[in-house]
Design a protein around this ligand. Sequence first.
Ligand code: NAD
Length: 292
Amino acid sequence: MQLLDGKKISEQLLEEIKADVEKLRSGNKKIPHLAVILVGNNPASETYVGSKIKTCERIGFKSTLIHLPDTIEEAVLLQKIEELNKDSDIDGFIVQSPLPKHISDEKVINAISPAKDVDGFHPENLGRMALNMPAFLPATPYGVITLLDRYDIPTAGKHCVVIGRSHIVGLPVSLLMMRNSKPGNCTVTVCHSKTVDLKSYTLQADILIVATGQTESVTADMVKEGAVVVDVGISRVPDDTKKSGFRLAGDVKFDEVAPKCSYITPVPGGVGPMTIASLLKNTLEGVKRKTA
Ligand code: NAD
């Protein structure tokens, strides 16, 4: 069994991006500028946003954090988005989820200009991605395929089973694994909460991608010997032995599944760090596309 070390690969990616930013700087070209809108004070969101901003600083990006109260009216948030759409210094921006209940995710996503939608959630980017056209790929699925690519894992003709069909992970990752590209060219089965006899599908998977948020629900008896397992899930499990009072766990029961796998992502240190690196890669690619 070999670990798909997202921490290591994301470090490589960030170093590559940093070198590109240096080149832009020395050529007096525009430095990528990412803005992040954070609404409210969800602790996990604050941590994610904090690490996005910190990583921007590390690789030489400009960054702007716009922190809004959770009482903000939807119309005011949409107005802020429109300002960022028009701001020529901002190359890309994201609105951190989850949003407060009174704000429509759909309206927010649709309000973001597809040209600045570095999270790749806008229907135009999702459609372009499905059609294998240049697009911002959603950061987590982008991270998953980059990880498979950097480990040179063969995907063509393999059976990839994805558990989860969310718009940010399961659905786009299944399209990416199906596309006529590398990585890609898999035969893809998508399972979800209404799937009957999940195990009968997961046992057929050469590549199993799990994104359900159901902590440690994929067990050894559900995985074929030699499978590649990518665990996207991250949840906090109460743990009195930790100073924080919790540990991070994935959707896969790592200890019992890992010995059966050819490759597996750890949690933490697998898909998580790849997500931030992919978001920044999107932002850089956006700048390059604009100036090409
Ligand atoms: P979601 O709740 O939007 O979607 C979960 C999906 O799993 C749904 O499509 C649902 O049908 C399916 N599902 C739920 N229970 C199931 C079951 N018992 N059997 C089969 N399918 C089931 O979640 P999401 O936003 O896609 O996130 C999934 C997990 O990935 C979460 O743990 C989340 O924290 C994590 N996540 C991690 C990253 C990262 O950067 N590593 C990014 C995004 C999400």
